[in-house]
Design a protein around this ligand. Structure first.
Ligand code: TYM
Length: 325
């Protein structure tokens, strides 16, 4: 199957990004044609510093490799290097009902969070995302739960396009894990863990061991003192149990048994150790690749060359069907 997914070069990657999406990307690269994109055009829709963006794009490449992507097995490139993304987004805009965009959860959340910068790009974000996916005619889109609605819109737009102009696209499916698709914030377990929130609410992939321990020990827990998985009554401890389970392969029931009679502090201490050990190879690789800037630039260059070929072929077909010369 052809796979496409993307990540924004905003801030560092956290364990939510990894457990919900990137871990799938790594597994899928073994037996599929995978295209992974650093979506710098999407990142322009919220406040950012143009001086820092180029370094952030390269840091994201380093992070993806440190997390297990192999540039020999998949295409890694930056969105803005392939102008067809913006071109296809414009064409899809002309068949996308405004109402569909206004009801998107992410748009509603972000326009609340960035009240002073509700730009058209923020609203149009899902159409650019649909363009990303359809440009490569991807069949599977590995993402976290928060992106499901956007992939659903992509399916709608593919269907509409085909009906109106003739078949070009297959309808892509989102690949969402049963567990790990929504890792919650450490500070407020009712909200998802998010790159743009306080650093205390996220475990970043390359956090130093002391930082990991400090954040886990300070994570919000619930009333009572039992280590029990119950999303409605104990969202804090349940989120930590889920993280523990995903990192060790033990089920949450097994963990409940293991920690029966222990208190939150003991459980958190053990989780911090698990995290520190799990992320140790990530930290090592990150240090190694961060020092190899020429290699990183080469990955982006080669990725863009491969992506360009696919993008051009699709755009020729799309333009011809839409009556453009
Ligand atoms: P971004 O950069 O916000 O996140 C990258 C991936 O991480 C997932 N994710 C999470 N999974 C579980 N728990 C969490 N707390 C959590 N937070 C984030 C996201 O679902 C995502 O899969 N719009 C996308 C980028 C994008 C894209 C695309 C994705 C642009 N074009 C085309 C797929 C296909 C985004 O902002 O991801």
């Amino acid at each position: 199957m052809k796979i496409f997914s993307g990540v924004q070069p905003t801030n560092q990657l956290h364990i939510g990004n990894y457990l919900g999406a990137i871990k799938q990307w790594v597994a899928l690269q073994e037996n599929n044609e995978c295209i992974y994109c650093i979506v710098d055009l999407h990142a322009l829709t919220i406040p950012y510093d143009p001086k820092q963006l180029p370094a952030k794009i390269r840091e994201t490449v380093v992070a993806l490799i440190a997390a297990g992507l192999d540039p020999e097995k998949c295409i890694i490139f930056a969105q803005s290097q392939i102008k067809e993304h913006a071109e296809l987004a414009w064409l899809l805009n002309t068949i996308c009902p405004l109402g569909e965009l206004e009801r998107m959860t992410q748009y509603k959340d972000k326009s609340k969070k960035f009240k002073d910068n509700i730009n058209v790009g923020l609203l149009d974000y899902p159409v650019l995302m649909a363009g990303d996916i359809l440009l490569y005619k991807a069949g599977g889109v590995p993402v976290g739960k928060d992106q499901e609605q956007h992939v659903e819109l992509t399916r709608t737009l593919a269907r509409k396009f085909n009906q109106k102009f003739g078949k070009v696209f297959d309808e892509p499916k989102s690949l969402i894990l049963q567990e790990g698709a929504k890792i919650m914030s450490l500070m407020d377990p009712k909200k998802k863990m998010s790159k743009s929130d306080d650093a205390k609410s996220c475990i970043f992939l390359f956090d130093a061991p002391e930082a990991i321990t400090k954040k886990i020990m300070a994570a919000a827990t619930d009333s009572g003192k039992d280590i029990k998985y119950n999303l409605t009554k104990k969202p804090g401890i349940s989120n930590l149990l889920m993280i523990y389970s995903l990192l060790t392969g033990k089920t949450t029931q097994e963990l409940e048994k293991e920690f029966a009679g222990k208190n939150y502090g003991e459980f958190k201490k053990s989780l911090a150790e698990v995290l520190v050990n799990y992320l140790e190879p990530f930290r090592k690789k990150q240090t190694e690749f961060a020092a190899r800037d020429v290699y990183v630039q080469e990955i982006l260059k080669q990725g863009a060359t491969k992506a360009q070929k696919i993008a051009e072929t699709t755009m020729r077909e799309v333009k011809q069907k839409m009556g453009l010369i």
